[in-house]
Design a protein around this ligand. Sequence first.
Ligand code: B12
Length: 220
Amino acid sequence: MGDVLNRLQEAVIAGEPEQARELTAQALEAGIAPLDAIDQALNPGMQIVGDRYECGDYFIPDLMMAAEAMKAAMEKLEPELLARQEQRQILGTVVIGTVDGDIHEIGKSLVATMLSAAGFQVHDLGVSVPADRFVEQVKETGVSGDSVPVVVGLSALLTTTMRNQEAVIKALQEAGLREGVKVIIGGAPANPEWAETIGADAYAENANEAVEVVKQLLEV
Ligand code: B12
């Protein structure tokens, strides 16, 4: 079991999407839980890639290939993560996206998948999402979802784009929607203090914590 996860981690570090896909399939066949593959192979692999980029050993193309490998693995894991959530009871609605100017996708998508697996209806708006687009989706969700509670999840991976988390909160305020929603933020540069500074309701460090915190916010 350890061996296939080690090889999966290596495939992410080497930026080999085909290998990552194949090894993920092997891991699932061997009975490895999807979350273990994420926690023990994919995330540590991306961490190493990030460290190598930081100290100048890796360059942007290396990051992109590693991200492709991680995405290939996630494509295999997502259906499994969702399948493990047996009866589908909608706990609430989450509108999530990576804020304007920021194209980092993987962490946001992982949070979206985990929330979906936990029973939330998730509207994933994608990456580099303008503040207006969040507002539009909250309006739409509010109308179609009646009294279903709405959480807005804002991801930012860059110190230059974390300001846009605040811009979304302001846009929600201006549209008169802030009171009706809960806002959770995340991404590497964010932290609880930043959440407080910009008037978010909560912060979570990773996808597992995000599920717990969203449940607490909605009291479900
Ligand atoms: C992969 C990667 C890329 C890929 C992204 C591919 C893709 N499709 O997503 C590419 C190559 C495109 C890229 C581009 C750039 N990147 Co980049 N990238 C990374 C890297 C190596 C990994 C990010 C990742 O996917 N991690 C894995 C996921 C699972 O973790 P995560 O994103 O942190 O998400 C978790 C938590 O943060 C949290 N979370 C995330 N979102 C949310 C949302 C909510 C609501 C909640 C509750 C929680 C939550 O839960 C997630 C799951 O556990 C990081 C380094 C690092 N170690 O983080 C740099 C990094 C983020 N990038 C960086 C930089 C500088 C850039 C570029 C500006 C480089 C350049 N000069 O062009 C561009 C920016 C382009 C843009 N406009 O966005 C810097 C940011 C520095 C800073 N302080 O601002 C980093 C930190 C690298 C570094 N050390 O310098 N990057």
